[in-house]
Ligand binder design. Structure first.
Ligand SMILES: Nc1ncnc2c1ncn2[C@@H]1O[C@H](COP(=O)(O)OP(=O)(O)OP(=O)(O)O)[C@@H](O)[C@H]1O
Ligand SMILES: [Mg+2]
Length: 279
């Protein structure tokens, strides 16, 4: 099998006409991959993504071919997928203001050209979910930048742009509704779409995972400061307590109890969202 790509967390292989997306147990904070893995993290996120693809299959067809027809050593963490011609736009939906969206709003009063009311603060919920696409920049070649809808239209055509927006917002709305029932706020999420061999648009990559979305504890949501971010919170809190790490590579080794607490949190999110137990 040919290794096409190594991301911070996942490896992508070509297998004939298919691709295999393999999620490792690597964890990154502040874009630095730490030397200590979180056992089962790759499997948990892979299974969560598969569950969401199934839940949302009436919104948009997806790239999954099989979660079981994969090499034995990657069982549970690999997914065999249809190789898509990826649209070079990262499709982001936001229902709350955080991260780069917040920065953009503070500067321009708008995100991706979508004007927002004045007076919003970190963590504010938006009047309605908005589509805030960015460029998709290959790793190491700079950062993703916000695109206006007109720029997306210029890049992919008006009809495809409209589909990207419709699908992204619908995925966000549906995902948020499910998560809200389990006490989880999805502040924002990123999806990736691509063209299948027959020319149709399909959902690729991963779906509504803690790596592609911001998940907050709903009962602690309080605009005005950084929110308690599920999953990686233990890691972030612990790393904030380190006086000798400047948030650049190489990252520090993670102590056992922090590994365990982080793993438990990933499991909790999986179990709350899917309603099934993690074996
Ligand atoms: N069905 C598919 N067909 C072709 N490419 C796909 C498909 N699904 C996902 N991809 C691509 O596979 C790659 C997955 O890489 P991954 O997310 O692990 O790393 P990355 O996004 O390049 O970097 P990182 O996530 O570390 O910032 C992405 O470039 C994504 O667009
Ligand atoms: Mg990625």
């Amino acid at each position: 099998m040919e290794l096409l790509h190594t991301g911070k967390v996942r490896d992508v292989y070509a297998d004939g006409r298919d691709i295999l997306l393999v999620a490792s147990d690597r964890v990154s904070i502040y874009d630095v991959v730490l030397p200590t893995p979180i056992p089962d993290k790759g499997k948990i996120l892979t299974q969560l993504s598969l569950w969401w693809f199934e839940q949302l299959s009436d919104v948009v067809p997806h790239h999954v071919i099989s979660s079981t027809d994969v090499p034995a050593e990657w069982a549970g963490r690999a997914v065999r997928c249809e190789r898509l011609d990826m649209v070079m736009v990262e499709c982001i939906a936001r229902g709350y203001l955080a991260g780069s969206g917040l920065k953009e709003y503070e500067r321009d009063g708008a995100v991706s050209g979508v004007a927002l009311p004045p007076g919003l603060i970190e963590g504010s919920d938006l009047p309605e979910p908005i589509f805030t696409p960015t460029t998709k920049v290959p790793p190491g070649q700079g950062h993703d930048e916000f695109m206006t809808f007109a720029e997306v239209e210029a890049k992919v055509g008006a009809a495809v742009a409209a589909e990207l927006r419709r699908i992204t917002l619908e995925v966000y709305r549906r995902g948020s509704r499910v998560a809200a029932g389990q006490g989880i706020v999805i502040a924002d999420t990123k999806i990736e779409l691509g063209f299948a061999g027959d020319g149709s648009l399909k959902l690729g990559d991963e779906l509504l995972t803690p790596d592609s979305s911001r998940f907050w504890a709903a009962d602690e949501w309080k605009p005005g400061a950084a929110q308690r971010y599920l999953d990686k919170q233990f890691l972030r809190d612990w790393s904030a307590s380190l006086t000798d790490w400047d948030r650049t590579a190489p990252g520090p080794e993670i102590p056992d109890e922090v590994v365990e607490a982080t793993r438990n949190r990933y499991i909790e999110v999986y179990e709350r969202l899917t309603g099934s137990r993690w074996r």
